[in-house]
Design a protein around this ligand. Structure first.
Ligand SMILES: *Cc1c(COP(=O)(O)O)cnc(C)c1O
Length: 453
């Protein structure tokens, strides 16, 4: 076994970490995670940390769940991988049927890929090609929202609206039509949320009236924009967006990569407003946080637009080497079984309330907390230099990062989005562990923003 110190040195020498500035990584006393159990991570030096962001929003039932472990091991005893190009496999078939039965509306076709980015990329290409093949070739553009995040491949980055991540690539990207998302704390229209009457919907309506005939699809993160800073939309926003898209003949793509599988309190976020999209993209929680697997669900109507004689070239020419990987599908099936066995959705309201109470008691009163946003077990705590004026901290102060490093000293692993401290625990977290998470976050924020030890 390589010693912890050697692992750290080799990491510094050879790894390139995602979304990570080398200058900061070099200076950081980072953790090398060696094992995990339940909601706890254990590092190579034997220290234990609460996994406060579900290993980047993927874990649902805790780590090393015997049921999922067993399903993957059983599948390994049969075959680790076989292709879906020209062949079929039992786990991918069973999972497709299960997803179709869980998904809202008429979503009955499942196309597999490997990550949230590719799930969105697939939806984009399908929607575009679908319009062409239905004789609606003029529908070639996409509508996406301000501050949207749909992944890191070039197509999903084109939909992205976060200048920090996406700005430099603009010359490479296709141009999406942009509608304002209701980030009410910092309204993109400068309106007051209490009196605006959801003016952002008016903007979307105008946009669709002007450009709608040229639009093939509208892409939205339903209820919550994740990477933007856990930005929660007001009630009714999603339903109205869906209605507007429908009225203009625009296909609706719900990117539930972050919100899917219980995160917002229901299996899928779009259920909460009775929305039935034409495409549903899932990834992160699909395998319970075990393996990289993603799916793009769509309707038979869309599927049928690709049918025709081979020489008509209406096939969807897209697929990845590991599409529908049987290990991933087996993990996903076991994860979905756990939803029933553990009565996961039934247990969420008590956890969501406990989290809300804890935040109201410990976090909201802090002097440099501008806003606390929560939907289900997704929480964003926005730190500000001045609560009255909502003035942000200068980015160079790295307050969000400092807060999470402080939380780590208190035994909790979390990760910020800029100066938004994110709490996004596994659905399986206990009430006591939730208290611990909130206390550590509150103490850490107080320590870095108020100098309270
Ligand atoms: C994380 C995320 C993605 C990208 O998923 P990856 O698996 O990281 O490629 C896409 N959309 C949303 C809403 C996400 O939160």
């Amino acid at each position: 076994m390589t010693s912890p110190a050697d692992l750290e040195a080799l990491d510094r020498r050879h790894l390139w970490h995602p979304f990570t500035q080398a200058e900061e990584w070099d200076a950081e006393d980072f953790l090398v995670i060696e094992s995990a159990e339940g909601c706890w991570l254990v590092d190579a030096r034997g220290r234990r940390y609460l996994d406060g962001v579900s290993s980047l929003w993927v874990n649902l039932h805790g780590h090393r769940r015997p049921e999922i472990d067993r399903a993957v091991i059983d599948q390994l005893g049969r075959v680790a991988h076989s292709t879906l190009l020209g062949l079929a496999s039992a786990p991918s078939i069973e999972l497709a049927a299960r997803l179709a039965s869980l998904a809202p509306g008429r979503l009955s076709r499942v196309f597999y890929s490997d990550s949230g980015s590719t799930a969105v990329e697939v939806a984009l290409k399908m929607a575009f090609q679908c319009c062409r093949q239905r004789g609606e070739g003029q529908r070639s553009r996409f509508v996406a929202f301000t501050d949207a995040y749909h992944g890191d491949t070039v197509g999903s980055v084109s939909l992205g609206g976060m200048d920090l991540f996406h700005g430099i690539y603009r010359p490479l990207l296709f141009d999406a039509l942009r509608a304002p998302y209701p980030y009410c704390y910092r309204c993109p229209l400068g309106a007051a949320p209490t009196t605006c009457g959801q003016a952002c919907l008016g903007r979307l309506e105008e946009l669709l009236e002007r450009e709608g005939r040229g639009v093939c699809a509208l892409v939205i993160e339903p209820l919550v924009q994740g990477a933007a800073g856990i930005v929660t939309a007001p009630e009714g926003f999603l339903a109205e967006v869906a209605r507007l898209a429908r009225r203009h003949g625009v296909l609706l793509v719900c990117d539930e990569v972050a919100t899917g599988f219980g995160r917002t309190g229901t299996m899928f976020a779009c259920e909460q407003e009775g929305v039935e999209p034409d495409f549903l993209c899932v990834a992160k929680g699909l395998t319970g946080g075990y393996l990289p697997l993603a799916a793009t669900l769509t309707t038979d109507e869309v599927y049928e637009a690709f049918r025709g004689p081979y020489e008509a070239h209406q096939t969807f020419y897209h697929g990845h080497s590991y599409t529908g990987n049987p290990l991933g599908c087996a993990a996903a099936l076991a994860s979905l079984d756990l939803f029933a066995q553990d009565r996961v959705l039934e247990g969420l309201p008590a956890k969501i309330d406990r989290l809300r109470d804890g935040l109201a008691r410990r976090v909201t009163p802090l002097r440099h907390v501008g806003e606390v946003r929560q939907r289900g077990l997704m929480v964003g705590i926005e730190l500000v230099a001045d609560r009255e004026t909502r003035e942000p901290y200068p980015p160079a102060l790295r307050m969000g990062r400092r807060a999470i490093l402080e939380a780590r000293r208190r035994g909790v692993v979390i990760r910020p989005l800029g100066d938004v401290v994110v709490l996004l625990p596994p659905l399986a977290i206990s009430l006591e562990e939730l208290d611990l998470l909130v206390d550590a976050a509150a103490d850490a924020i107080a320590a870095v923003t108020e100098g309270v030890a």
